[in-house]
Each structure stands twice: as C-alpha cells, then as structure tokens.
Design a protein around this ligand. Structure first.
Ligand code: 2AM
Ligand code: CA
Ligand code: CA
Ligand code: CA
Length: 276
C-alpha cells in the first residue's frame, strides 16, 4: 500500500542521512552563497526516485534536485520530493532539517510525509483522515489572531522581495507574541500542525517545500494560502501564509489588504517548475 511504501522509503532515506551527516561531502552553490546543495541532497533524491521507479514506474516525480524528468502536467500520480528541506541547517546545525514527500493524485494531494531526521519525528497526513506524529493523532489546532500568535517566519520578509514590501509585514512581527526563523519550511508547517507554532509565513517557497506540509496543516483544521490569501500553485514559486483560519484571515484582511499591498510580481506568474 502506498502509505506504507512511502513511510518505509522516507525512514530508509533518513537512516542514510544520519549515517552520512558526520562524513565529509561535497557542497556546491546553486544561485548564491545561501543556496547550496550537497552530494547528500542528490544521493537522497536519487535513492527516493530509484525506489519509486522500481515499484511504481507509471508515477511521476518532481524533486528539488531534478533527478527525475518533470512531467508536463499534474495528471496521474505525482510525487513532490524535497530530499533535504533545510540544507543550511543540515550543513551548519546538523539538525532541524526534514525529508518532505507529498503524493498528488489527479491534482489533489492525498498524502503528506515530513520526517524530522535527527529528532526521528515522522508526520503523516492522509486527506480526509487526519495528521499523525509518530503514529499519534494530532488534535485540531487552536484559532489565533496575530496578537496571540507565536510565529515562524522566513527572514526574507525583511529584505526586498518579489512578493510584498517589508513595511507591510513588519506590523505582524511587532504585534505577534514572537517570531522565529527556523529555516526548514516543511518542518515549520509540521510544527504548526502539532500546535508548536501558530503561523508560518515565507516569501518564497517551491511546491516540494509546502505540498506535504499543506496537507499536514489542513488535516488539523488549518489553512495554507499565498500571502494575498489566494490558493497556492504547484507549478512554480509562491509566498506561503499558513495557520488557523482566524490567523490567515487576520493577516490577509488587517495587514496585507488593509495596507493596500499588491503583488510586485503577479503571484501566479508562470514559470518552469525546476527553473527559477
Ligand atoms: P531548502 O533548504 O530545501 O533549499 C529556508 O528558509 C527554507 O526555504 C527552506 O525550506 C528552503 O528549502 C526553502 N527555500 C526555497 N527556495 C529557497 C532559496 N532559493 N534559497 C533558500 N531557501 C529556499
Ligand atoms: Ca535548496
Ligand atoms: Ca526545501
Ligand atoms: Ca532541499
């Protein structure tokens, strides 16, 4: 069964990372000094792709490191794979990174898996069934407004970005209980599903970053949309705003729209999925 296959696969990949983390490995730059890939990222994606191909040759795979040829559309079964989400944490902290896998069937995410490798915490979501953490069902998350929310926010909100001006987001940081930048999108969404943070905001994510986390969050009653409150796309980069319905509405209505923010780059601008 697909769910058990994916759980076995993600745990095997995690074990491989734990064995390699203290060994020496090559690190390469992608677009800049903060955008790195190691040979472990590539080896893990290769391991995952090989096993999916062996058992499900008709499935398509969209992975961050581009090991598999991306499909032309999202019909049939499509796997979104981020072999190491939080590569900088993997390199520098040796913790707080995850393997993120989502399975989409005919355009709908049916399963989400986020594995915190060093903490050995596996989050699993099945659409319509719920989210579990190491097999234990997670309760519905509490409703929060910005003023009583503890947030995880990617620090790129401070810098000029293609989505929204820093002045629009600064009041959210000011009004919330506190903000953290943990550096691993899938894990920050998993922690949101577990009630450990009350919201997650980032200006730039790709589908393999949030596809699994989105289902984890939705299956405990939360929402995940763009910073403008629109549905997120699966064919390119997007901003991400996630939390309880109250939180998401509060951010969009009282912070983003109220400040008259409009996208500097249209959020659903069409780009190639493995491009930039
Ligand atoms: P990554 O580690 O797999 O690259 C970092 O704050 C979070 O944003 C991570 O989940 C990281 O995933 C993701 N991210 C997506 N695009 C990124 C980029 N171009 N540069 C840095 N982090 C990126
Ligand atoms: Ca990366
Ligand atoms: Ca990622
Ligand atoms: Ca990655």
């Amino acid at each position: 069964m697909l769910e058990w296959f994916a759980i076995d696969l993600i745990k095997q990949a995690g074990e491989y990372i734990r064995l390699q983390i203290d060994e020496s490995y090559r690190i390469e730059r992608k677009t800049g000094k903060g955008d790195l890939v190691t040979e472990i990222d590539r080896a893990v994606e290769q391991l995952i792709v090989d096993r999916i191909r062996e058992s499900y040759p008709e499935h398509h795979i969209i992975g961050e490191e581009g090991i598999s040829t991306e499909p032309d559309d999202l019909s049939g079964t499509v796997w979104f794979v981020d072999p190491i989400d939080g590569t900088l944490n993997f390199i520098h902290q040796k913790r707080m990174f995850a393997i993120s896998i989502a399975i989409m069937v005919d355009g709908v995410i049916e399963y989400g898996f986020v594995y915190d490798v060093m903490a050995d915490e596996l989050f699993v979501a099945r659409r319509g069934v719920g989210t579990t953490l190491n097999g234990r069902k997670l309760p519905i998350i509490k409703e929060h407004h910005v003023r009583d929310a503890f947030l995880s926010m990617n620090a790129t909100w401070v810098t000029p970005n293609q989505q929204i001006a820093p002045e629009v987001l600064a009041p959210i940081v000011r009004d919330s209980v506190g903000t953290r930048a943990h550096g691993a999108a899938s894990l920050e969404l998993a922690w949101l599903a577990a009630g450990q943070v009350d919201g997650y905001i980032t200006m730039r994510n790709m589908p393999w970053d949030y596809a699994a986390g989105k289902l984890l969050v939705e299956e405990v009653g939360g929402r995940l949309v763009s910073i403008y409150g629109e549905p997120v796309r699966y064919d390119g980069k997007t901003s991400v705003l996630a939390g309880s319905e109250t939180f998401v509405k509060d951010v969009v209505k009282h912070y983003v729209i109220a400040k008259g923010a409009t996208p500097e780059v249209k959020p659903d601008l069409q780009i190639g999925i493995n491009g930039s």
